[in-house]
Design a binder for this molecule. Structure first.
Ligand SMILES: Nc1ncnc2c1ncn2[C@@H]1O[C@H](COP(=O)(O)OP(=O)(O)O)[C@@H](O)[C@H]1O
Ligand SMILES: [Mg+2]
Length: 343
């Protein structure tokens, strides 16, 4: 029986200890991390600076060798070049060549993936439009603001139409309007069946986007689950109505008191600052005020259709563990073995 697995990223017991010049263990950057990310999920890896997020994703990408632990990415080991074909990566620091223009940068990455010239050109057009850089495409990226460089980086990470997108701090250095656009793009990519691993300390990004999150500290995962699992306050109830008069509020308090509920906070909810900010900027735009730099980006480029055929995935029916079983309990070694292509 051939059964296709929908687990795009899995690691078990992932550990990285950096050593000093004399090979003495110096920093335990990542310790015993288990992760499981399904196809089409937007997965948030959260944690303060130095908690091990970037080290974790570098190991998933095969850029760093783990000290111990096992990894399967798109059904292969991370160092396997075949899996890189379907992975897009936006590094924490964009490694952009200062003197190349945005267009040349995308073309360069397209060549690394051996895309034919016509495909490179078409994708570059679409991606520049998508991230709002078509008006500045001939300027060297070294002149770009941090936020504009993040946009080039995001476009670069998509040039190969990857199934799995790994984004390290995608909105860092961006103004709220730019950050919102990038978030909308990421959400859209998720809807198209791309799997996204989003690494960030921007908590609002995570709440807006992620299906599941893992919160890291000191190299370990301290909490993992869906945003609802982690955030819903089971012990409280909120009832939202149009503004109420003092009289109605008093009546409600009476009713609650009769039911033995003495505690009742009544407040006017606030909007989020992001909503206010975006509204003000929208209004200024509507009044015809202009700005230089990045334009507001467009919709997701049509070629990013998501869900590339899972050719890299191996039959997982024979190894005993099915993805369903794995979802219920802790990740296990047999499953990872079954995800990784052998031979
Ligand atoms: N190449 C390296 N050599 C030594 N220590 C490192 C190296 N890279 C990261 N570290 C250390 O590993 C820990 C985790 O870093 P990192 O994964 O970059 O955290 P995050 O991305 O969550 O901010 C930090 O203490 C950092 O100083
Ligand atoms: Mg980092």
């Amino acid at each position: 029986m051939s059964m296709e697995s929908d687990i795009d990223v899995m690691c078990v017991g992932l550990t990285k200890t950096f050593r000093d010049f004399w090979m003495r263990p110096r920093v335990r950057a990542v310790e015993g991390v288990d992760l499981q990310i399904r196809r089409g999920q937007i997965y948030g890896l959260l944690g303060p600076n130095g908690s091990g997020k970037s080290t974790t994703i570098k190991m998933l990408l095969g850029l760093l060798a783990p000290t111990s632990g096992r990894i399967a990415v798109l059904g292969r080991r991370p160092r396997d070049v075949a899996s890189k074909q379907h992975v897009g990566y936006l590094p924490e620091e964009s490694y952009l060549y200062r003197f190349l223009s945005a267009r040349e940068t995308l073309d360069y990455y397209g060549r690394l993936f051996r895309l034919p010239a016509a495909v490179r050109r078409e994708r570059t057009d679409r991606l520049l439009e998508m991230v709002g850089l078509e008006a500045v495409e001939h300027r060297p990226v070294g002149e770009f603001s941090k936020g504009m460089q993040r946009r080039v980086g995001l476009a670069q990470s998509l040039i190969n139409d990857p199934q799995l997108l790994i984004l390290d701090e995608p909105t860092s250095g961006m103004d709220p309007v730019g950050a919102r656009q990038i978030k909308d793009l990421i959400a859209d990519l998720g809807r198209r069946g791309k799997t996204v691993l989003l690494c960030t300390h921007q908590l609002t990004d995570v709440e807006d986007l992620c299906d599941r999150v893992a919160i890291m500290f000191g190299g370990r995962v301290r909490a993992e689950g869906t945003c609802d699992d982690l955030l819903v306050q089971e012990a409280l109830t909120t009832i939202r109505t149009p503004a109420l008069s003092a009289e109605v509020i008093a009546e409600i308090r009476d009713l609650l008191a009769r039911r033995g509920i003495g505690q009742c906070d009544v407040e006017r909810p606030r909007r989020r600052m992001e909503a206010l900010f975006l509204e003000i900027v929208d209004r200024a735009r509507a009044e015809g005020l202009d700005t230089s730099g990045a334009r507001s980006g467009g919709a997701v480029a049509a070629f990013l259709r998501g869900a590339t055929p899972p050719t890299a995935l191996q039959d997982s029916g024979s190894a005993g563990a099915t993805p369903e079983q794995a979802d219920a309990g802790p990740v296990d070694d047999a499953l990872i073995e079954s995800l990784v292509q052998r031979g």
